[in-house]
Design a protein around this ligand. Sequence first.
Ligand SMILES: Nc1ncnc2c1ncn2[C@@H]1O[C@H](COP(=O)(O)OP(=O)(O)OP(=O)(O)O)[C@@H](O)[C@H]1O
Ligand SMILES: [Mg+2]
Length: 241
Amino acid sequence: MKSVLKVRDLQVSYGLVQAVRGVDFQVRENEICAVLGVNGAGKSSIIKAVLGLIRSQAGTVQFPEGTDIRGMPPHRINRAGIAWLPQGGQIFSTLTVHENLLMGAFGREKTKETLERMDGILERFPILQERSTQVAGSLSGGEQQQLAFGRALISDPKLLILDEPSLGLAPRIVQRTFQLVSDLRSEGLSILLVEQNAREALKVADYAYLLEVGQVAGEGTASEIESSEEVQRVYLGAEAV
Ligand SMILES: Nc1ncnc2c1ncn2[C@@H]1O[C@H](COP(=O)(O)OP(=O)(O)OP(=O)(O)O)[C@@H](O)[C@H]1O
Ligand SMILES: [Mg+2]
């Protein structure tokens, strides 16, 4: 199957700290690809480098396969079809729900496509319709997350990158989130799902990579990875028995 995103030998350093040390992975079309790693493994650094939000020192970021977008500015990468859900959602708490959604369509707020997408998003997340004129900071955690998803989806991406979408949410909301991720894949999106929550991520993922201190330490289908000794020990440990 064709790759939507193909990353080769990606390297990211912060001064002397080498956070990403030559990482290779790919997201295939219409697949949920999980990248699993503990705190500080380099997950967000990889995402931000792919999105052009931080500089990478070496490698290629092909989107789609054959087109290197590394070094392109973030707004062009977004236009090309990659949207993301930042770690923790990072909604603009003093802007209204409606204004937050429009931020995801930056530069194209008034186009017919954006208005149509807005309707679709408000239909998918009725609470956002109800709270449209409220400031986003007044929403609950679960509602803020729906807003973050809506803001990402309004640009009509081909590839959606999710940075730990389950972080800090109540179990019920976590379930709903992974259901949404799975629904979006059914609708044709390709998804890069970065998570510490291996148990839930592997339930919806097709393929997974294990990231350890900035390097890929293993990869395989979700079921292969789930049964691997490494995942049982590091991620599923005590809970698994
Ligand atoms: N802006 C920065 N300046 C210096 N070091 C950084 C910076 N951002 C991240 N790092 C370091 O790079 C490494 C990888 O961090 P990163 O945030 O990519 O990990 P992560 O897997 O997303 O972790 P978490 O699960 O906590 O979000 C860590 O050692 C971190 O301390
Ligand atoms: Mg992170």
